[in-house]
Design a protein around this ligand. Structure first.
Ligand SMILES: [Fe+2]
Ligand SMILES: [Fe+2]
Length: 279
């Protein structure tokens, strides 16, 4: 990475970090109205909370493997360490809700975590640039998952889960913004190369850890069935807004992606194969 690029990443990280410290820190024990957690919510809610928790539980793999990939970039490596801290709270708070609401016992949660971690997640892409593009899409999609689930939690009268998911949604939005601004830095240096990578990432996109989470097929189907997430939501609320924000036209992406699997952001459901059971 050039010195100029590295300096911009470092500035991006310090700005992110100071803003997070000043405006976005939350306390799991003090900031959630735990007495409002409810057992009497529809069954799919704890099932999907547990499924999202499984995705968050691969934190040791996400942090170690991505850190190794970006360790020479101080801006990205320090970000990744801070990201790991923030993400670690996500599985903790989701597990806490499962137990405090009475939907799972502490032992069930522990056993589930052990089962999940018996498998290992591996990097989907082998370059720092492709991984930052991937995480740019993944973080916005994850935020969308939590936003939709939060609406259902509030409809079911669970202010504890609603509050927890609001914190998670804000964290994921901040992660997405960092990665998106990082992609813009790469685009400033090599727009065509970055967009070729973007086309490749989109053509192969799937949410993290689906291939390793036990029982994911039925979990993913339930998430789609309950309209928490779907290919269509991904296209409308993740892909199109990101391409607009990056000021990338469909024509430009199509032209550059000819050497990879074709991606058409205007197609009604272009990810139907890879995202059939996607979160
Ligand atoms: Fe998260
Ligand atoms: Fe995140």
């Amino acid at each position: 990475m050039s010195a100029t690029l590295e300096n911009r990443f470092y500035d991006l990280y310090t700005e992110y970090f100071h803003r997070a410290e000043a405006t976005r820190r939350w306390n799991m024990l003090n900031d959630i109205p735990w007495d409002l957690a409810r057992k009497e919510v529809p069954d799919y809610i704890p099932y999907i909370v547990e499924s999202f928790c499984a995705v968050e539980l691969y934190l040791p793999d996400y942090t170690s493997k991505i850190l190794q990939l970006v360790r020479r970039s101080r801006g990205r490596a320090w970000f990744q360490a801070n990201w790991g801290y923030e993400e670690s709270k996500h599985s903790l708070v989701l597990e806490e809700w499962l137990v405090r609401s009475g939907n799972r016992t502490r032992q069930e949660v522990t056993d589930f975590a052990d089962t999940v971690l018996a498998n290992e997640w591996n990097l989907g892409f082998d370059s720092p640039r492709k991984m930052i593009i991937y995480t740019m899409f993944q973080e916005l999609a994850t935020g969308m998952n939590y936003r939709k689930l939060r609406e259902r939690a509030l409809e079911a009268g669970d202010e504890a889960l609603g509050t927890a998911l609001q914190f998670l949604t804000k964290d994921e939005a901040a992660h997405h913004s960092f990665f998106r601004d990082g992609v813009k830095i790469f685009m400033d240096e090599d727009r065509d190369g970055t967009l070729c990578d973007l086309a490749e990432v989109l053509a192969n996109f799937e949410m993290p850890a689906q291939e390793v989470i036990p029982d994911w097929e039925s979990r993913g189907k339930r998430i789609v069935a309950e309209k928490i997430f779907s290919d269509r939501i991904f296209l409308r609320h993740v892909v199109r807004p990101i391409l607009n924000n990056l000021d990338v036209t469909r024509e430009e992406l199509k032209e550059l992606s000819k050497s990879t699997k074709q991606v058409d952001p205007e197609a009604e459901d272009p990810y139907a194969d890879s995202l059939a059971v996607a979160v």
